[in-house]
Design a protein around this ligand. Sequence first.
Ligand code: BG6
Length: 490
Amino acid sequence: MTSQTIPVEPFDIVVFGATGDLCERKLLPALYQRQRAGQFSEPTRIIGSSRSEFSNEQYRALAKEAIQAHVAEAEIEGGELERFLARVSYVSADGTTGRGFEELKAAIGESPHVQAFYLAVAPTLFGDIVDKIDKFGLASPSSRVIVEKPIGRSLETAREVNNAIGRVFDETRIFRIDHYLGKETVQNLMALRFANALYEPLWNSAHVDHVQITVAESVGLEGRADYYDKAGALRDMVQNHIMQLLCLVAMEVPSSLDADAVRDEKLKVLRALKPINALNAERVTVRGQYRAGASNGGAVKGYLEELSGGVSDTETFVALKAEIGNWRWSGVPFYLRTGKRMATRVSEIVIEFKPIPHSIFGEAAGRIFANQLVIRLQPNEGVKQWIMIKDPGPGGMRLRQIPLDMSFAESFHERNPDAYERLIMDVIRGNQTLFMRRDEVEAAWQWIDPIVAAWEERGQTVQSYTAGTWGPSASIALIERDGRTWHESF
Ligand code: BG6
């Protein structure tokens, strides 16, 4: 039995925002899959809540549709879905007024089990909902609260959100999700680094030339213009997902997998990031915005055409050169980039090692490439270690670069669980290792805020790129100026 299938104790999960996109696309399917994997103990209950008026039956119908839409047909087998729906109920409640919270309290009853309150709602409602949870006495000592980004849009607003939640729940009971931390390959990064003796001696400025982190998406706005146009790629992807990946690559070896041991090390990385501000932002950052182009084989609109307003300086692409001021990483650039409507959907981390100091091979042997370790987070999860070998056969010593290739899909024929499956079960187990601590979120904003301020101060506007490409040419220039290139052989 793996930790993926060890049953957890019975629990009650109350989802606020139960008729929203996150609940339908991610939470209900994730809970269903965990039941299917045999991880639930009885009586586990799922209570949906939102402002809309639904009867239990109506909500179960909605939940059924959501699961049928987001779970593979073959995984909805005989009776499993009905067993799942039998544990689902619904209470209409309004966090701003408190309407329905008495009913919610009655629905939870005198449950001795762990309760998780999932706030799948806009962050502006976090404070109101936790206040009502407190005021109406819904929480017990074993209750916990789950929230998700955006946690603020600056250090100041993140503090407000954290203070509002912190008034009711102490830090050990707050689970801040960054769903990238629940991804299988992201956790594999820790296994790769800390369960193998091979890499650690090389994992520093003496041997690593630079690191690249790319999170490229082929999708555009996906109907989220209201949120996205106020956020932009820096806040939407870099402040959280990409900085978390950077922390996992760069952190020191924690003394254990204990939540605070890991989070203490990540925090040290965040605090060691060299500032990007008005003095250097133009040199080390690139902002882009896509114009009309092609994606997934069809023509797509530009960003401005997708917005109803039609005018915006919001970046849909960002590339940055970050540096960490500590002994391990001094002088090793971390090139980060993310964007919407890029050439393909791919997330990967590339560790490029230094070139050999001296070649004993003649020119006829061909170019000797530096070793690269490529950790592919999605899709086609896997790890490739690129090495040089002799080209097989006669004809003298010609060299060739090949990957030692480990594809997870080919090596393991197991379903790759969605990040939310792992994360929700970790909440029930009370394991905070894969959740962001308050100081981490705030330290990340502390680094991001001066970048935003510099863009405003220096009037650094977005550069246009064609949808379906790798972003503005300035992004290529950013890395090529340093004599390096983005890794693009996907
Ligand atoms: C979310 C962002 O956090 O992550 C979205 O708000 C983005 O804009 C998404 O599309 C990407 O997640 P994934 O798991 O599809 O890589």
